[in-house]
Write a protein that binds this ligand. Structure first.
Ligand SMILES: CC(=O)CC(=O)SCCNC(=O)CCNC(=O)[C@H](O)C(C)(C)COP(=O)(O)OP(=O)(O)OC[C@H]1O[C@@H](n2cnc3c(N)ncnc32)[C@H](O)[C@@H]1OP(=O)(O)O
Ligand SMILES: NC(=O)C1=CN([C@@H]2O[C@H](COP(=O)(O)OP(=O)(O)OC[C@H]3O[C@@H](n4cnc5c(N)ncnc54)[C@H](O)[C@@H]3O)[C@@H](O)[C@H]2O)C=CC1
Length: 310
């Protein structure tokens, strides 16, 4: 029987592939930013994790500590002392800050993982472009926006690309490396090398909506929400169906809650605006309702399901 086993690939500083990137600034300390900070620190890089919210930073540090311990337990199962050192060394490489401009002044790479909103991303990158060193590469972890459009506000368009991670970052092995129309070969090569250095298998994508994974995954999740909304099956049964019938580790509604219903809605709204005739991207009343009620999934304790608040 084929087994679906989640494999955590661990890259300590000693085993990591060398990367030209030593100092990484990760902007946005939510679900994704905290994971990106973790894998970078595990790989021996100096990380500054930035968020506008001190609460988010405190939560991020706590979850990084917990997740590093999970990694250490497996990596150093016969040597708990080494495991503790790995956790402390990795945590010690992560600083936190609330001033993105200041935090970018010493960065070789800035990875942005803030809210999926083009206006907010533009404001951030425009500000950083004026202060970051000229060699600094800018990357967005956007799920659905165009890398060219995000890069349109910076002068360093040759040093701008997409680095799209998957949730949970420490576990999911893929990194989509997105080349914008003006991303230079040198930037692309550095991004690919950096991706490998943080333990990911990198694929290359053009700057098309959703790149590879989300162009397939988001319509699938949306169709599942519509199926549930129509009352064709219960949430639980839809999820069981896709886990047992298609071998997915999570059902589509569980996955929507895991990704965040706000993020799902941002993606769908953006694509609907761009492609109003595409049926798959039409707004979903149930999704709108849940988001309006603040039921964003795991992160708020309720979405399609209820969760214990962490
Ligand atoms: C929206 C976008 O732009 C793109 C996206 O991200 S789309 C979303 C992509 N992600 C997915 O599709 C996730 C699908 N789900 C899964 O792969 C799995 O359900 C899951 C990895 C999330 C959890 O797996 P699980 O078996 O149900 O739970 P659990 O036993 O807790 O975890 C499995 C392993 O991962 C580890 N793990 C889970 N989360 C972790 C984390 N955040 N950090 C470190 N390790 C973690 C656990 O320690 C465990 O390790 P062992 O098996 O060695 O003990
Ligand atoms: N949730 C997911 O599964 C995935 C999300 N993404 C993308 O990653 C990005 C972040 O998503 P999540 O981590 O899920 O969101 P999140 O809501 O968990 O975290 C976003 C964080 O950014 C902070 N923030 C907002 N504006 C900021 C600013 N101007 N400067 C600094 N910090 C700011 C917020 O305070 C929040 O802590 C989005 O672009 C999303 O589309 C990509 C892959 C998967």
């Amino acid at each position: 029987m084929m087994q679906f086993k989640v494999i955590v690939r661990n890259f300590s500083s000693s085993s990591a592939m060398q990367s030209a990137i030593k100092n990484v600034t990760v902007i946005g300390g939510g679900l994704m930013g905290s994971g990106i900070a973790q894998v970078s620190a595990q790989a021996g890089q100096n990380v500054t994790l930035v968020d506008v919210s001190n609460d988010a930073l405190a939560k991020a540090k706590k979850s990084i500590g917990t997740n590093l311990s999970r990694v250490a337990k497996k990596m150093y199962k016969d040597n708990p002392q080494e495991g503790e050192k790995f956790v402390n060394d990795s945590l010690g490489r992560i600083n936190t800050a609330t001033d993105a401009a200041e935090a970018s002044k010493s960065a070789d790479l800035v990875v942005e993982a803030i809210v999926e909103n083009i206006g907010v991303k533009h404001k951030l990158f425009k500000q950083l472009d004026g202060v970051a060193p000229s060699h600094t590469i800018f990357a967005s972890n956007t799920s659905s926006l165009s890398i060219n459009e995000i890069a349109s506000v910076v002068k360093r368009k040759d040093k701008f690309g997409g680095l799209h991670f998957f949730n949970p970052v420490p576990v999911m092995r893929l990194l989509e490396v997105v080349k914008g129309s003006e991303t230079s070969e040198a930037t692309y090569k550095t991004m690919m090398e950096w991706g490998k250095s943080v333990g990911k298998t990198c694929i290359t994508c053009k700057d098309t909506p959703g790149f590879v994974v989300n162009r397939l995954l988001v319509p699938y999740i949306c169709e599942a929400i519509r199926l549930y909304e129509r009352g064709d099956a219960s949430a639980r049964d839809i999820d069981i169906a896709m886990k047992l019938g298609a071998g997915y580790p999570m059902g589509p509604l569980e996955l929507a809650d895991y990704v965040g219903l706000d993020t799902n809605k941002f993606i769908l709204d953006g694509w609907h605006k761009k492609f109003p005739d595409q049926q798959l991207f039409k707004p979903i009343p149930l999704l709108e309702k849940l988001v309006a009620e603040g039921k964003l999934g795991v992160k708020t304790g309720e979405g399609f399901y209820k969760y214990e608040k962490k």
